[in-house]
Design a protein around this ligand. Structure first.
Ligand code: FES
Ligand code: FES
Length: 164
């Protein structure tokens, strides 16, 4: 429904040009879910602490509860739905499956984006570096051990891919 508070938000979302009516008072995670119908980014704390709402905006990993939708108008946005390629999981997504790196999946978007961001800059991180990289992402289920294993596994897979 259009109201005086509504504007037409236009973005490239997971590689596709999309427009949707969005309330100016919304933050980005609300606009993505309610305006664009993309439900991968989750609403958690809404205070920037849990990381459940994480997406990429113009190549930068952001917590989408901390950004007004209007500020992201015209941006290129990637959510977990746009992470794989040609219908296949990314190496990091596959590693999370292989190592049981999630249970309910609520934290998963944030964990995956944090892991990819880490591995883009360092393809052989220590466990301490992995734990540091995901410190802004809270998981209520896994105890983190399998997440660290998954990210280590993803790093190995990336190195193997680069070497081949
Ligand atoms: S909902 Fe955005 S950080 Fe928690
Ligand atoms: S798998 Fe449930 S919050 Fe992380």
């Amino acid at each position: 429904m259009t109201t005086p508070q509504t504007f037409t938000m236009s973005v490239v979302l997971n590689g596709e040009r999309r427009c949707a009516p969005v309330d100016r008072r919304m933050v980005l995670v609300e606009a993505l879910r309610e305006g664009f119908g993309v439900t991968g980014p989750k609403v958690g704390c809404m205070t920037g602490d849990c990381g459940a709402c994480t997406v990429k905006v113009d190549g930068k990993v952001v917590k989408s509860c901390m950004e007004l939708a209007q500020a992201a108008d015209g941006s290129e946005i990637t959510t977990i739905e746009g992470m794989g390629e040609d219908g296949r999981l990314s190496l990091v997504q596959q590693a999370f499956c292989d190592h049981y790196g999630f249970q309910c999946g609520y934290c998963l978007s944030g964990m995956l984006f944090a892991a990819e961001d880490l591995l883009d800059g360092d393809d052989d991180p220590t466990d301490d570096e992995i734990r540091y990289a995901i410190q802004g992402n809270l998981c209520r289920c896994t105890g983190y051990q399998n997440i660290v294993r998954a990210i280590r596994g993803a790093a190995e897979a990336r190195r193997a891919e680069t070497a081949s």
